[in-house]
Design a protein around this ligand. Structure first.
Ligand SMILES: [Mn+2]
Length: 302
């Protein structure tokens, strides 16, 4: 019999080898530090989408190997349960990310996992603790300089905006024009015996990524934070890292979006003095590599 690594398991459990190996004893991508770990007070990451090909596991593993923090917030859509349900996809690198996060928690980092809409199946576990990872629906974070920030994934506001239909992101007039056009298109298509197709529905899909939508989203989220009396909000969800300051009843309200690990590969960090910064990890790696190349060139020239 060939030993496929499951021979040590009792009969009947061989098929469970994947479960037995989770979390793996050692990651498939070994920990690697090209530079010293950067220490932060707080790190926020979100929209990792583990379980999809879109997840940039390589850069995230590099980020996790080069940073450390007292607290780490996983701000939702860490695991993409929606996609996994349709098609199971879980390369070893995705285990490596889970392994690294669990290791951080074991080393003493406070890890708070706030599930998003793609990992909503974790939401019922809010208030529980798994392997040192606190699950919460939302959190409040106090910065080193005494600002209070509300931390949540942010899909909650998507619903509010969709409930406002178009008015949330396009003008009232444009909405009415669109609805008229929609009726006209529908009747023409009916005459031509074509199935119903909604122009507004199709356009809405495209507009979802539009600048107006993002801007309005940021405003809606910041307003909610202002109404709650906090100094700011940290969220994810729309895959657009951003730092903005809004005003609510004469008070500034900070809006922070920690971006994603599909396109932007961003993290939001808090330094020990309370100063916040958005990191673009692809740029950090490029900078590190250009320094290494320059060093090498200098050594060769010497
Ligand atoms: Mn989301």
């Amino acid at each position: 019999m060939l030993d496929d690594g499951t021979a040590h398991l009792p009969a009947g459990l061989a098929g469970l080898s994947n479960i037995a190996e989770f979390p793996p004893v050692a990651p498939s991508v070994p920990e690697r530090q090209v530079e010293e770990r950067r220490k932060y007070r707080t790190i926020w990451i979100s929209d990792v989408h583990l379980g999809t090909k879109g997840c940039n596991a390589e850069l995230l593993i590099d980020f996790l190997d080069h940073t450390d923090s007292e607290t780490m917030y996983l701000v939702g859509d860490i695991i993409d349960g929606w996609r996994l349900k349709k098609k199971f996809y879980w390369p070893p690198e995705h285990n490596d990310i889970v392994w690294r996060v669990l290791k951080r928690a074991r080393r003493g980092t406070r890890v708070v996992y706030i599930p998003g809409n793609h990992d909503e199946m974790v939401r019922p576990f809010s208030g529980m603790n798994f392997g040192g990872i606190e699950i919460a629906r939302a959190a409040f974070h106090d910065t080193a300089d005494g600002r209070r920030l509300m931390v949540l994934h942010g899909d909650e506001f998507d619903t509010i905006m969709l409930a406002h239909r178009w008015l949330a992101f396009v003008g009232d007039a444009l909405y009415h024009v669109m609805m008229k056009l929609n009726g006209w298109v529908a009747s023409v298509r009916k005459v031509l015996d074509l199935p119903y197709w909604s122009i507004s529905k199709a356009a809405k899909h495209k507009v979802k990524n539009a600048v107006e939508f993002i801007s309005k989203y940021e405003e809606v989220v910041a307003r909610a934070a202002g109404e709650r009396g906090v100094d700011g909000v940290v969220c994810g969800h729309i895959h657009t890292a951003e730092a903005r300051v809004f005003e609510h009843e004469g008070r500034p309200v900070e809006y922070w979006n920690d971006g994603d690990w599909v396109e932007g590969c961003n993290a939001l960090v808090e330094h020990f003095d309370g100063r916040m910064e958005i990191l673009h990890w692809a740029e950090e790696v490029a900078r590190r590599e250009s320094i290494a190349t320059a060093d090498e060139a200098a050594r060769e020239a010497a």
